[in-house]
Design a binder for this molecule. Sequence first.
Ligand SMILES: Cc1cc2nc3c(=O)[nH]c(=O)nc-3n(C[C@H](O)[C@H](O)[C@H](O)COP(=O)(O)O)c2cc1C
Length: 244
Amino acid sequence: MFSKIRSLIFKLDPELAHNLAIKSLKLNYFPKYKLKNNDSIKTTIFGKTIPNPVGVAAGFDKDAEVYNSLLKLGFGFVEVGTVTPFSQYGNSKPRIFRLEEDLALINRLGFNNSGSDKVYYTISKNPPSGLLGINIGPNSNSKNRIEDYLICLRKFYKLADYLTINISSPNTENLRSFHDKEELNDLLSSIEKEKTNLKTTIPIAVKISPDINDEDIEIISDLLIKYRIEAVIISNTTEKIEKI
Ligand SMILES: Cc1cc2nc3c(=O)[nH]c(=O)nc-3n(C[C@H](O)[C@H](O)[C@H](O)COP(=O)(O)O)c2cc1C
């Protein structure tokens, strides 16, 4: 069926196609077949058993509008976001580009989202029917980026099964400076302190860039171990565009 409508969808601007996908999932119409559970692909993650290990990455359901529809479709888990403390428009359009030959997309959205209050309200009203991760990040005009992560941690620690500290995006100026040893140490120690204050054990994942140097991998890994980070998500849009 997809092959038939693919050429039609590819005539649309990619961001419009994305928005239409969200709208149609909101209508919640699904074919009648139901995926059979298969015990061999059941997985346990963060102490919860999920039906399969294939999830939807951050960036599709940015505002937490359709995570239950995605779970119903058969995904094993969904990560919503990236959510920032306050709503923001993101970069100017066009900001998603198809690389048809490579069967890929380049994303330059820049954390467009409705902000943490709205997303909190949406999820509170519509409890997730499966494992839900919330991916958090700072606003582009933030004066204190670590505080932005903490605002989102405080907002979401009771709603999510895990939180992703997103330092991987190339589309928020200087976000990737959190890969530097000192900055990452400050960020992770602040997260750890805030978790202690909140008396929460919510699992934390850190989403890192695909563009880090080999020598930085060890430095970053040491810090992730030092702060007992439960998961690492690799990776995101690269800034190294090479013609193969
Ligand atoms: C349109 C688009 C929007 C994205 N938005 C986000 C985002 O808001 N936060 C994030 O952490 N990753 C975002 N990503 C990155 C994806 O979550 C994923 O890490 C990336 O696409 C690499 O996975 P892939 O190789 O399977 O595509 C986005 C990707 C795309 C294509």
